[in-house]
Design a protein. Structure first.
Ligand code: ADP
Length: 259
């Protein structure tokens, strides 16, 4: 035949290339682990001085009788920024924790229908939002860690709330296709352009940095959610149209196969 067989590496070369590839992957994993440990250490180190600064600012606010209006306003802004920094540090610690292979992520068998119902009733109580559910009539189960799953859904639902208007509805759906449990959070909010849909899962990426301050996010929520989902053997993707809304889809391995 006319295939240029000599273009393909010989079996002995393939073995060497595969070995080299494994070495590079191991090195990469080790660099990532060092980076994770460093971020975690920095975030922990910064927490104590920041909480002291926060305490001093609050103390000054309590003695605000002697302050002018302008000084009170500046103090208020400093406190808000200290709170924001505290949130960023906490999210960095959460991200490093989610990335750590030493932290076990598997857990108990959870009936996702009940789990989602509980989260929604809790969220409704605090947010007074129109949140609807479209849950499979059949029980869908996954073996996973409750706290981590709660974190993932909390990020997705609070994003849906943050990026849509008060009078719009947020829908949470649950289905199973073969061995995949599919949880979707759909909003009719601002939406995300197709060129930004991959980027929103990167740490600190915001579609509109000027709005980030007012919505109060850290830019780490989706990075944390995606890391946890992948550690659970699943994925998170987004489908969105600017001006129409977004649907975030979390896929987890389900227990028991359905067609
Ligand atoms: P943040 O703390 O800024 O919300 P996230 O990592 O959760 O950080 O989200 C990153 C960015 O993705 C947000 O700043 C926002 O621009 C965009 N985003 C996330 N969820 C939605 C959504 N439901 N609708 C529109 N934009 C979203």
């Amino acid at each position: 035949n006319s295939y240029p067989l000599n273009l393909y590496p010989a079996p002995s070369e393939i073995k060497v290339l595969a070995q080299r590839r494994n070495e590079i992957l191991t090195q990469l994993a080790s660099v990532k682990e060092q980076q994770r440990q460093f971020t975690n250490a920095v975030a922990h180190e910064l927490r104590s001085p920041l909480s002291l600064v926060y305490g001093y600012l609050q103390r000054s606010q309590k003695q605000s009788k002697t302050l002018t209006e302008a000084q009170k306003e500046t103090l208020g802004m400093a406190i808000a920024e200290a709170e924001r920094m505290t949130m960023i540090l906490q999210d960095l610690i959460d991200l490093a924790r989610a990335e750590s292979i030493d932290v076990p992520i598997s857990g108990e068998v959870i009936i996702l229908n009940d789990f989602i119902r509980d989260i929604v009733s809790m969220t409704k109580k605090f947010e007074h939002r129109q949140i609807e559910t479209e849950l499979s009539a059949v029980r869908i189960r996954a073996q996973t860690n409750r706290d981590y799953l709660m974190q993932v859904l909390d990020h997705l639902i609070s994003n849906a709330i943050k990026h849509s208007d008060l009078n719009t509805t947020i829908v949470i759906m649950l289905n199973q296709v073969r061995d995949a449990a599919i949880i979707q959070v759909r909003d009719h909010g601002s939406g995300i352009s197709s060129s930004q849909q991959e980027l929103v899962f990167e740490p600190f990426y915001r579609t509109d940095p000027s709005r980030a301050r007012s919505t109060g996010g850290t830019g780490l929520g989706l990075a944390i959610a995606k890391t946890i989902a992948e550690r659970m053997g699943g994925t998170i993707t987004v489908d969105s149209h600017p001006g129409e809304g977004s649907t975030f889809t979390l896929i987890l391995p389900a227990i028991g196969t359905r067609s």
